[in-house]
Design a protein around this ligand. Structure first.
Ligand code: TXA
Ligand code: MG
Length: 349
């Protein structure tokens, strides 16, 4: 269903180049839904102050309402428009890490659609570090919600092609800004009145970096009650069952291996027979930044071969390791609603 005032072509999503950011901004201002690049993954944008536009984001993704969306702000946006907090720790982290891959969950103002915050009194805020996203946010001149631009429960998109593979015809446009640099979603921390800073999702900004800025310990919130929907198991999943391993042992034909290291640079380098006959191997860089950058593309490429199993042999050390292992644990976790580990990842958290 298309809303009134929708500029898009009926039934098909526009693919816009980075020089067409003005058109993307116009679509957003008119209540449209436009995917856009960030330094982490592609986001599915809508005007954060427009309830019906935000509702379309939930529908396009198949995401149940009640799962809050983060709000993206431009570099010169005034934080006090979006949060009632003036916590020094929040201000210090904004100063240190924005624009960048850090989302802060803080008390909200009424400006943001309550649909976007899932009815909560908090909002996730982030200033992305990507020239196309920044230009878009500058032209729109407000907040833009941006969940990852994938079908709910699926692997996040790191290219415009990934977005279209999941959401073609469900969104007005995708603004192409090339492959995303980091490749995994932002670090999420919660900073509520005088409580400790709680890490809800590891990402490109490390707890240690945050601790250095604020001078206090960051609590790992992942052990406790699930507060961010992305913390539920079986998020970020390919369709095939996924296993994390440190060697190829026990894997048979019909396996796709995603392996850190062994020389080549990209997941496009597919070769047969890592470990067992009939297996396919996708090689990613051995360093965690390169591995993180290529992981979701490799998972999609692996899935496209309709394998019996995907076996990922991740790097063993490096700055992005916590984020990589977090996403792999979710992708290999039990899948709700399927009754077995190999079922569809859809309909999950
Ligand atoms: O890197 C990223 O963060 C990307 C890019 C596009 O910016 N966005 C992204 O959004 O990963 P999403 O919606 O796929 O993941 C954000 C997570 C969700 O698990 C959501 O439930 C949680 O953050 N979240 C957002 N607002 C929240 C809030 N107010 N309280 C608790 N959790 C919140
Ligand atoms: Mg997501």
């Amino acid at each position: 269903m298309r809303d009134e005032g929708d500029l898009s072509q009926q039934g098909s999503s526009l693919l816009l180049g980075p020089d067409q950011v003005g058109q993307a901004a116009q679509l957003l201002q008119q209540g449209g839904v436009v995917a856009f690049p960030t330094e982490t993954v592609y986001g599915l944008g809508a005007d954060a102050a427009n309830d019906s536009a935000v509702a379309r984001v939930f529908r396009a993704k198949g995401r149940p309402e009640g799962h809050p969306l983060i709000v993206h702000l431009g570099v010169s946006e005034n934080l006090s428009k979006w949060t009632t907090s003036s916590d020094d720790r929040m201000l210090g982290l904004a100063e240190a890490f924005w624009p960048g891959p850090l989302t802060m969950i803080v008390p909200r103002t009424n400006r943001v659609s309550s649909l976007a915050t899932g009815g909560r009194d908090t909002v996730g805020l982030r200033v992305p570090d990507h020239p196309v996203a920044q230009e878009l946010l500058r032209l729109v001149g407000g907040g833009v919600v941006g969940p990852s631009a994938n079908r709910f429960g699926h692997v996040s998109p790191t290219t415009a092609g990934h977005v279209l593979a999941d959401l073609r015809d469900k969104i007005d446009a995708v603004l192409d800004g090339g492959s995303t640099e980091i490749g995994l979603e932002s670090t999420i921390v919660e900073i509520l009145d005088s409580g400790p800073i709680v890490l809800l999702r590891p990402g490109g900004i490390l707890s240690e970096q945050i601790e250095t800025v604020v001078g206090e310990k960051v609590i790992d919130g992942r052990a406790g009650v699930s507060r961010a929907a992305g913390m539920l198991s079986s998020h970020y999943s390919p369709s095939a069952p996924l296993r994390v391993a440190n060697s190829s042992q026990g894997a048979g034909p019909g396996t796709v291996f995603i392996v850190a290291g062994h020389g080549t640079k990209s997941a496009n380098a597919m070769s047969r027979n890592f470990g067992s006959p009939g297996a396919i191997t996708l090689r990613l860089p051995a360093d965690t930044r390169g591995f993180a950058r290529g992981l979701y593309d490799a998972l999609r490429a692996a899935d496209a071969t309709d394998p019996l199993e995907i076996v990922v042999i991740p790097p063993t050390s490096g700055p992005m390791l916590a984020a990589i292992l977090d996403r792999l644990a979710k992708a290999s976790g039990p899948r709700r609603g399927s009754g077995n580990a190999g079922g569809s990842p859809l309909g999950t958290g």
